[in-house]
Unconditional design. Structure first.
Length: 224
């Protein structure tokens, strides 16, 4: 099957799963911004996305997408290393057309994955997991009080700094990842290449700024 056995097929799957994850991040960032303007509205969204069948299906589908994306990233990276052979040990100047994010996608992916586990512990484990199982995880708030969790977490300077670092890694990963995904899906001619790069930078910046605005907002108000 060409989707699995060919390099083009594997890149296509990486592109499809990558775009799906970007769409999720876009929705998640828009949802998060609501907490700044209306904590009650944010909690209503959290309740809607809580312990119900469609939220569980969406969570499982998202988890599957992450797993496939990560596995294919490993496969493609190993294949690239094998294809380059001894050339990868040569000391050469970085090519101007190859940006830093492109050369460090796997490292950026590891950073994002590490912080993802932290994020899941801080929010999913203390919210949806509690609703699904009824197990008390020691949280100070009701599992439907997402706004309370957000306010509590980002009042801590260490957590705020950790999330900002994570968002920096996410920005670099997205700027190349969105471009690469659209490239793999066919937008790779001379006309569209500059446009796709511009779209990638704009979309990545908007997503990261929306996430970061919540962190900065709640940390700043905690100081007063």
């Amino acid at each position: 099957m060409w989707l699995i056995n060919s390099s083009v097929g594997r890149k296509f799957i990486m592109g499809i799963t990558g775009i799906c994850l970007v769409l999720f991040l876009t929705f998640h960032s828009l949802m998060n911004v609501v907490v700044i303007f209306s904590p009650e509205g944010y909690n209503a969204i959290c309740e809607f996305l809580g312990a119900n069948w469609y939220a569980i299906i969406a969570t499982l589908a998202l988890a599957l997408g992450f797993v496939i994306h990560i596995l294919y990233a490993f496969v493609l990276t190993i294949q690239n290393l094998i294809a380059r052979g001894k050339e990868r040990y040569a000391v050469t100047a970085n090519q101007e057309e190859v940006d830093w994010a492109s050369q460090n996608m796997l490292v950026l992916g590891f950073i994002i994955l590490g912080f993802l586990f932290l994020h899941l512990y801080n929010f999913w484990f203390k919210m949806q997991f509690v609703e699904l199982t009824g197990i008390d995880t020691g949280g100070m708030f009701s599992p439907t009080d997402g706004a309370g969790y957000v306010k509590e977490l980002f009042a801590c300077p260490i957590y705020s700094l950790v999330y900002i670092v994570w968002l920096g890694a996410l920005w670099f990963h997205l700027t190349h990842g969105i471009w690469s995904a659209l490239h793999s899906l066919g937008l790779n001619n001379n006309t569209w290449m500059p446009r796709v790069k511009c779209i990638s930078n704009i979309a990545s910046t908007i997503i990261v700024l929306m996430f970061a605005s919540v962190v900065v907002y709640y940390y700043v108000i905690s100081l007063f």
